[in-house]
Design a protein around this ligand. Structure first.
Ligand code: NAD
Ligand code: ZN
Ligand code: ZN
Length: 338
């Protein structure tokens, strides 16, 4: 629903950003459809849009190092700012959520986000100046659809040496960037899995060595492609019972199975049911230093989101297309400031 809200005013240390682009994330669909009362410590009403970039519009008192009109990306997870994790820039895992502007959230996740002309950012530390060569529309999806897979891939770098294989399940907004991040930062062979043949076409455009449709033969195809060894790292950008089961079946002993998708599936673990020493973890978003690294990769042309632009009044259409599987890459909502 589109409503008029008051123009935000920056308090001390705060910044108002004129939004250049706000990515539409599948998590917004989960929020709208599945996350009922109680699952999250916050709820509506708030403006959606947690992948944002734009230009500095207004500075609160005491903010130094930023200028009006400067292009910036917004680091989206907002913690307390002073606990050890926040000081390291890992605000996703803030250890004092009660001291954050909203517990375990941020702009577009409990507080007003970027699907508006202007967005209030509660502390200047959340803004990363855009490197040359990157405009706000291109940068916006990188703050989540880029940062989240970057974090997931980066923590497995040591397992992605030459001769290894990574499997990406789900080649949507996050997955198509995961493929490029794997290509740009590791020597692993890359296998893409998606239910949509068009997504597999996109995957091969972005450098996947093999595309596989899930189903009875998927496991065997991945086993054959890895000469029977299995995949060193599986990144699941869907997260159903069946994608997790496929991931565990094709993973190699000592490998990583990383759950990013929020479809709510689970994976039973017992002594014989998963490969020995398989590490299974979920990951949430990424750190501020990692966002700086992703923006650098993109400014150098090594990673680029495939973007379809929607105006604010077309935003629901973007979510509809994501839901019915006709979106390629990422939808970015733009708003021209009057
Ligand atoms: P998307 O809709 O753009 O892409 C999902 C892709 O998965 C589509 O290409 C779809 O065809 C494919 N898919 C669906 N079911 C499948 C199946 N059973 N097997 C293989 N492929 C399948 O979504 P997105 O915005 O890229 O988000 C992906 C998931 O990651 C969502 O669940 C989202 O909520 C979650 N997410 C998690 C984090 C995090 O920090 N953990 C951050 C952002 C998004
Ligand atoms: Zn998201
Ligand atoms: Zn903190």
């Amino acid at each position: 629903m589109i409503v008029e809200v008051d123009e935000p005013e920056p308090g001390p240390g705060q910044v108002v950003v004129g939004i250049g682009g706000a990515g539409a994330c599948h998590s917004d669909l989960h929020l709208m459809r599945e996350f009922g009362d109680g699952l999250l410590p916050w709820g509506p009403p708030f403006t959606l849009g947690h992948e944002n970039a734009g230009w500095v519009h207004a500075l609160g008192s005491g903010v130094i190092g930023l200028e009006i009109g400067q292009p910036v990306a917004v680091y989206g997870p907002w913690g307390c700012g002073i606990c050890p994790r926040c000081r390291l820039g890992i605000e996703t895992y803030c250890e004092n959520p009660a001291g954050a502007p909203v517990p375990s959230g941020g702009g577009g996740l409990g507080l007003d986000g970027g699907m508006a002309a202007l967005m209030l950012v509660p502390d200047a530390r959340h803004l990363i100046p855009l490197p040359d060569g990157l405009d706000p529309v291109a940068a916006a999806p990188l703050t989540d659809a880029g940062l989240t897979p970057y974090h997931a891939v980066r923590r497995s770098w040591a397992k992605l040496v030459p001769g290894t294989t990574a499997v990406v399940i789900g080649v949507g907004g996050l997955g198509h960037l995961a493929l490029q991040i794997l290509r740009a930062t590791t020597a692993a062979r890359v296998i893409a899995v998606d239910t949509r043949p068009e997504a597999l076409r996109l995957a091969s455009e972005y450098g996947a060595d093999l595309g596989v449709l899930p189903g009875e033969t998927a496991m065997q195809q991945i086993r054959d492609a890895t000469r029977g060894r299995g995949a060193d790292v599986v990144l699941d950008f869907v997260g159903t019972d069946s994608t997790l089961a496929l991931g565990a079946t094709v993973a190699r002993p000592l490998g990583d199975l990383t759950l990013v998708g929020i479809a709510g599936g689970s994976l039973p673990v017992s002594f014989f049911s998963v490969p020995y020493e398989l590490s299974v973890q979920s990951t949430y978003w990424g750190s501020r230093p990692e966002l700086i690294e992703v923006l650098d990769l993109a400014a150098r042309g090594l990673v680029r989101a495939k973007i379809t632009i929607f105006t604010l009044d077309q935003a629901m259409e973007a979510y509809r297309r994501m839901e019915d599987g006709t979106m390629e890459g990422r939808a970015v909502v733009v708003h021209v400031i009057a």
